[in-house]
Design a binder for this molecule. Structure first.
Ligand SMILES: [Zn+2]
Length: 133
């Protein structure tokens, strides 16, 4: 029995021990205690439901951790191992001659040679020209 149900039982015992002053008073006490008892039941049910929800949330968190490890765990290790092969180093440029979108890595952009479009073999951009001009 829960703490609240015990308290309601105690009240019921007290009420039973009261000398009956009037029928109306006895009805009121009985109704009050029945109401308290119903509330105690509802509270107990809510607490059980909350406990179950809490367990569900714990399980979801555990699954989420596993999923994060599965999805991102390996990637993080790779990033730490070699930063050089990052896709961000590639620059997307539209060739002014053939309008083909071509990709150059940072090393080619910084080199002294002109950038040559691999599609039409025309220079895309003279060497060492800042993009924003
Ligand atoms: Zn081109």
């Amino acid at each position: 029995m829960s703490y609240i149900k015990e308290k309601v039982s105690y009240l019921r015992g007290l009420a039973d021990g009261l000398p009956i002053e009037s029928e109306a008073a006895e009805k009121l006490y009985t109704a009050l205690i029945e109401t308290l008892d119903a509330m105690a039941d509802a509270i107990d049910e809510n607490e059980e439901a909350i406990d179950e929800l809490g367990e569900c949330v714990d399980e979801i968190y555990e699954d989420l951790d596993d999923l994060e490890d599965y999805l991102f765990g390996d990637e993080e290790d790779e990033e730490n191992d070699d930063d050089e092969s990052d896709d961000d180093d590639f620059v997307e440029i539209e060739c002014p001659n053939c309008n083909e979108v071509v990709y150059f890595d940072q090393e080619m952009l910084e080199s002294e040679n002109d950038l040559i479009c691999p599609n039409c073999n025309q220079p895309v951009m003279p060497a060492a020209t800042p993009e924003e001009k």
